[in-house]
Design a protein around this ligand. Structure first.
Ligand SMILES: NC(=O)C1=CN([C@@H]2O[C@H](COP(=O)(O)OP(=O)(O)OC[C@H]3O[C@@H](n4cnc5c(N)ncnc54)[C@H](OP(=O)(O)O)[C@@H]3O)[C@@H](O)[C@H]2O)C=CC1
Ligand SMILES: Cc1cn([C@H]2C[C@H](O)[C@@H](COP(=O)(O)OP(=O)(O)O[C@H]3O[C@@H](C)C(=O)[C@@H](O)[C@H]3O)O2)c(=O)[nH]c1=O
Length: 299
């Protein structure tokens, strides 16, 4: 929606909306959809209407939309490409959130942005909590850590949700979608079996993050589904929830993929802030059911 139209619409109803930046990505679209379901008024803008790296663009939109809070779903997520595009990655992942956080702090507005498990190096045996020491191994992880630090420096009441490994039935840009496609076609599917993660079902993440924002939570929070597995386990579990054989999975060491960016060997996240999402198994069963009932593509 155009900001001027939105302003008229909201003035008529005297409701201040939630402003969603990065509206056309996986997370942004899910936030807009869930706000609609929950009856939360939201103005969702893509890069063309709101460039989060531009203070002028941010000022103009905040003055027009007059939100009660800002949720930043924008970001640069191509972890391997980031190794050769550090400037663009830092601009979108660190400058953008700090521009938004600065503008929100000046207006005393709540601000929510998203960080990643890839701020950790994977060297500790135990799961990572909010107070674990970050030490990223790649450009993307360094950009997310810089964002956390810059945002909380300019806006100490900002909310930073660290999360990981999205899966989702509402678009195809995720590992579970590709795994299920391969399982249905009986194609072999290579997946890393030496990297442990906490996969996150996007609708669960969005609902929990909105609850935290409404509750005026601040600081860093870990929000993932309750569970941990390897990418190979995740592919097997996906097939099993669809009633298919898990034997299509070919376990491989992560090194065999020859990826440009280093990956930590484990980034399991837990929360010492006390937040617990539904179990990974439960989330995966809901996701696979939704993929079956509302398929995006044939196959
Ligand atoms: N995907 C995952 O597994 C995880 C993601 N995250 C974090 O969640 C957030 C969202 O990720 P996800 O939805 O997967 O990413 P997507 O790539 O799906 O969406 C990101 C969106 O941000 C937009 N964007 C980039 N730069 C700007 C800018 N300067 N101004 C406005 N919009 C911009 C992109 O627009 P355009 O299309 O024009 O480039 C894109 O629509 C990111 O911060 C990411 O780091 C954290 C953990 C895991
Ligand atoms: C395509 C594919 C990937 N993989 C592995 C490699 C890779 O590390 C992982 C998922 O691939 P991706 O490149 O999508 O994800 P990757 O970039 O490793 O994952 C991250 O995304 C960023 C944005 C985050 O913030 C993280 O939380 C994390 O989810 O799965 C397989 O094992 N088999 C496959 O067939």
């Amino acid at each position: 929606m155009r900001p001027d139209f939105v302003a008229d619409h909201i003035a008529e109803r005297a409701i201040r909306p939630l402003l969603i930046a990065g509206a056309h990505g996986t997370l942004g679209r899910a936030v807009e959809r869930i706000c609609h379901t929950r009856g939360l008024v939201a103005v969702a803008l893509g890069r063309a209407e709101l460039d989060v790296t531009s203070p002028t663009s941010v000022e103009s939109v905040l003055n027009t939309v007059r939100p009660w809070a800002v949720l930043n779903a924008a970001g640069y997520v191509r972890v391997d490409a980031a190794e050769a595009e550090a400037g663009k990655c830092f601009s979108e992942n660190a400058t953008g959130p700090s521009v938004l956080a600065t503008a929100c702090a000046q207006r005393d507005l709540p601000f929510l942005t998203f960080s990643s498990d890839l701020v950790f190096d994977g060297e500790q045996e135990a799961a990572y909590t909010e107070s674990s020491v970050a030490n990223p191994l790649n450009v993307y992880g360094r950009s997310k850590l810089a964002a956390e630090q810059r945002v909380l420096a300019v806006h100490p009441r900002a909310l930073v949700v660290r999360t990981s490994a999205f899966f989702n039935a509402w678009d195809e840009f995720n590992f579970v979608h590709f795994a299920l496609q391969a399982a249905r076609r009986g194609q072999r599917f290579e997946a890393a079996d030496d990297v442990r993660i906490s996969p996150t079902y996007v609708p669960d993440l969005v609902n929990a993050s909105l609850d935290l924002l409404l509750d005026e939570a601040a600081g860093i929070w870990h929000v993932t589904n309750n569970g941990a597995c390897t990418w190979a386990d995740l592919a097997r579990m996906t097939a099993q929830h669809a009633g298919l054989s898990p034997d299509y999975v070919v376990p491989r060491p992560m090194a065999a993929f020859g990826l440009a960016a280093a990956r930590p060997r484990q980034t399991v996240l837990v929360s010492e802030q006390g937040i617990v999402l539904p179990s990974l198994e439960h989330a995966l069963s809901r996701c696979v059911r939704e993929m079956e009932h509302h398929p995006l593509v044939a196959g």
